[in-house]
Design a protein around this ligand. Structure first.
Ligand SMILES: *[C@@H]1O[C@H](CO)[C@@H](O)[C@H](O)[C@H]1NC(C)=O
Length: 491
């Protein structure tokens, strides 16, 4: 044992002194990125999910194992080149253990549960008559106080149409008007629909809800309209509790600590699946870039990698990080690149930005276009981990290959697995990211200063106010369709 560890230590010393003077260039990091290694990372993440109930979500053992996987490289294998720290915080974990809706003939109805659903009494659930409520496809149904005027839902289950406005608003008004629960019928036909989140902040203020198909809702409305009472049962067994989670931050020892180029990807998946495209792709991409840059020296700016926790619960980890940066620390971050979903099976190449993005989008575009990838541009919409950085005025850009069909039909589902990746897209995007990083690690030409508007005033309330504004803009932009990226905005 002793012999082999002495040998390993000298081999490591040799390796680090042998390579350490090699200067970092865009060509070298680009060449270091290869499909086989990216695929290995995705394989490992998929194995982690498989061994942990099919998920790597916040608050689950699969997330903890994902953190350990990153640390095995950042903290253990790359300890000589990287400084790594784990940033812990607590957030509300929720899980629906069981949900059921039983119709008037005792039939089981297809139903899904949103994140942060409230529990019904157990074991029987709530059995009550349904009360129909008005539909408004312009503003959304039952989200405004005036829509509830004159409605007494006391002791009833309110039948409400989904869509356009926040589900949590519908549920809060329902509670205020005496409803025991809400049966929410979907706004599009069929049984394939996205899972909304009600937000941890609404716990205690809402009634339990089950989301059923449009067709079933319409059939019940027809009976109610004809004057026939309809009785249904809603059963929700859900837990909500504080759990600890962790951002992983790792930065090169090399480079000026006052000039930091940062790359981020989220490490958690949704509860429904292993999250191989969302966001195993970005996780693998920046991990492989780290494996390349740690081989080199001779770059003036420090490079910092972040793997964010609880993105799927509302960008929680990245907002936590950004909110806790002192203004002087925020000033040191010269650029932030976000990589969330960069290997969609039918990829688009969407570069998003805002007015303070500077040269970042151009660097990504140059490489993608010269490799035959058609690039699209989008404004930041508040749906991924750049939000906290943008709020601080830090120059930032993001690359994204699309969520939901036609780009990723397995978005937020169990089938977001090893078959749900375009490896060529992932490779070219990672190479683009690597080149852009290497360029800024040498020069800040074309990078604007941080847009500081209100220093020292960046508390939680301001951040969440801003976040809500972004979310509202995103909802508006998507016209209520179920095409949101972060779960936060699915209504
Ligand atoms: C999370 O909550 C637990 C239990 O209250 C506490 O022991 C722990 O210190 C908290 N962790 C953080 C990072 O605040």
């Amino acid at each position: 044992m002793k012999l082999s560890s002495a040998w390993a230590a000298s081999a490591l010393l040799f390796a680090s002194t042998g390579l350490a003077t090699d200067p970092l260039t865009a060509d070298k990091v680009e060449a270091d990125i290869n499909t086989v290694e990216l695929q290995r990372v995705l394989y490992s993440l998929n194995q982690i999910a498989k061994k942990n109930g099919g998920t790597r979500a916040f608050g689950t053992p699969g997330y903890k194992a994902s953190v350990d996987f990153i640390l095995e490289r950042a903290q253990t294998r790359f300890a000589r080149q990287m400084d790594t720290f784990v940033q812990p915080f607590n957030w509300t974990y929720d899980e629906t253990l069981q949900i059921a809706v039983t119709g008037p003939e005792g039939e089981d109805v297809f139903v899904i549960s949103p994140q942060y659903n409230a529990a019904t009494p157990l074991p029987g659930g709530i059995t009550a008559q349904l009360i129909n409520t008005p539909v408004n496809d312009e503003t959304g149904s039952m989200c405004l106080a005036e829509q509830w005027e004159g409605i007494d839902a006391t002791g009833k289950l309110a039948l409400v149409k989904r869509g356009i406005c926040a589900v949590s608003d519908k549920l809060r008004f329902a509670k205020q008007h005496g409803a025991l629960g809400v049966i929410l019928y979907n706004q599009t036909p069929g049984t394939v629909y996205a899972t909304p989140t009600l937000g941890a902040e609404n716990i205690g203020q809402i009634v339990p809800v089950g989301i059923i198909p449009l067709e079933v809702g319409q059939a019940w409305i027809a009976r109610l309209t004809a004057g026939q009472p309809v009785t249904a049962t809603l059963l929700v067994d859900a837990i909500a509790e504080e759990r600890e989670t962790w951002n992983v931050i790792s930065e090169t020892k090399e480079g000026d600590p006052n000039k930091v180029i940062m790359l981020g990807a989220h490490l958690d998946s949704v509860q429904e699946g292993p999250g191989i495209n969302d966001d195993g792709s970005g996780t693998a991409g920046i991990l492989e870039i780290m494996g390349s840059v740690k081989k080199y020296k001779g770059f003036p700016h420090k490079i910092r990698f972040a793997w964010w926790a609880a993105e799927e619960s509302g960008l929680v980890g990245s907002l936590h990080y950004a909110e806790n940066l002192a203004p002087a620390e925020a000033d040191k971050i010269k650029y932030y690149f976000n990589y969330d979903m960069i290997g969609s099976p039918v990829p688009k190449y969407e570069i998003s930005s805002y007015e303070n993005s500077g040269i970042g989008p151009q660097l990504l575009e140059d490489y993608l276009v010269s490799n035959g990838r058609p690039v699209e541009y989008a404004e930041f919409d508040g749906r991924s981990d750049y939000v906290g950085f943008v709020e601080l005025g830090i120059p930032a850009t993001a690359l994204f290959t699309g969520a939901e069909a036609p780009w990723d039909a397995c978005y937020h589902q169990a089938c977001d697995d090893l078959d749900n990746i375009d490896l060529e897209a992932l490779t070219v995007n990672t190479k683009a990211a690597a080149r852009a990083l290497a360029t800024l690690a040498h020069s800040l030409d074309g990078v604007p200063p941080r847009a500081v508007t209100t220093p020292n005033l960046r508390g939680r309330s301001k951040m969440s106010h801003q976040f809500k504004r972004w979310a509202a803009l995103a909802d508006h932009a998507s016209h209520g369709h179920m095409c949101s990226h972060g779960k936060k905005e699915v209504v």
